[in-house]
Structure formats: structure tokens, C-alpha cells
Design a protein around this ligand. Structure first.
Ligand SMILES: [Fe+2]
Length: 152
């Protein structure tokens, strides 16, 4: 198992990369969407959803494989359920994102309703991912701050 500082640095880098890939995807899907722009809109979305999906999987893998979840459980066994719930959210988020990615590649650009639906699903996914990361951050804060605080 890597030490927590090394894992923390890797997670920080992956989070920064993911932030920019998400921003790029966000710019792409908020671009004007009409019949005359649909093909280009969909091509951008397909390309960037693929990249976004790979980065999400990579971040989750680092978090799980000898990552912070093991440290949290080792330092604070009472937080094991919260760490397990976050791990379960990884499964659910990856599965949902894979569904969106597959639909983006199977949809017809002439169907604007489907493209709008794709846009809304991605925006919803961004919110869920943000909520997940917020809960993770809270768990890490509580684990390490309480630990560093020495509790008296
Ligand atoms: Fe996570």
C-alpha cells in the first residue's frame, strides 16, 4: 500500500485533470444545439464523453486501489460504512456514465430531443459527481482532522 501523501498527490493531480476535462465537456454540451449544429455538437460530445469517462474511471480506481478508502478504514474503523457507500457510488456513477457514453455513440444527430436528453443527463451526472466528491472530501476531512487534532 502506498503512503497516504503519495496517494493524496496522485488523487489531487487526477482531480485537476478531471476538472478541466469536465469543463471542456460542459462547454461542448452548452453550445448552441439546433438542426444545423447537431452533427458537430454530437461529435464533440462523443469525443469528450469518452475522455471524461476514462478520467472518472481512472480517478475512482486510484481512490480504491490502496487509496484513501483503506486509510480511512484503518484510521477510523467507525467510518467503514461511509467509505463503503462511496465505493458503491463509484459503481453506480461508472454504470450511469457508461450508459450515457453508449447512448451518445448510438444516437442519431437528426433527433434533437435525444440530444437535449443527453445534455440534461450529463448535467445531472455532473451534479451527482460533485455531490459524491463533496461527501468524500467531508469524510477525509473528518478522518484526518480528528486524527490530527488528537482529541485532547
Ligand atoms: Fe470517489
Amino acid at each position: 500500500m502506498e503512503d497516504s501523501t503519495s496517494i493524496g498527490k496522485r488523487i489531487k493531480i487526477e482531480n485537476e485533470i478531471l476538472f478541466y476535462v469536465r469543463e471542456a465537456l460542459s462547454v461542448a454540451i452548452r453550445a448552441p444545439l439546433a438542426h444545423e449544429t447537431a452533427i458537430e455538437w454530437l461529435e464533440r460530445a462523443q469525443f469528450l464523453v469518452g475522455s471524461f469517462s476514462r478520467h472518472v474511471r481512472r480517478l475512482f480506481a486510484i481512490e480504491e486501489e490502496g487509496g484513501y478508502m483503506d486509510f480511512v478504514t484503518a484510521l477510523k474503523p467507525t467510518f467503514a460504512n461511509r467509505a463503503a457507500k462511496l465505493r458503491e457510488e463509484h459503481r453506480s456513477l461508472v454504470s450511469d456514465l457508461e450508459g450515457i457514453r453508449a447512448d451518445a455513440h448510438n444516437t442519431n444527430p437528426s433527433n434533437l430531443a435525444n440530444l437535449h436528453s443527453l445534455q440534461q443527463r450529463l448535467l445531472g451526472f455532473f451534479r451527482r459527481l460533485e455531490s459524491h466528491r463533496h461527501h468524500e472530501w467531508e469524510l477525509l476531512q473528518e478522518t484526518y482532522l480528528v486524527d490530527l487534532g488528537g482529541e485532547g
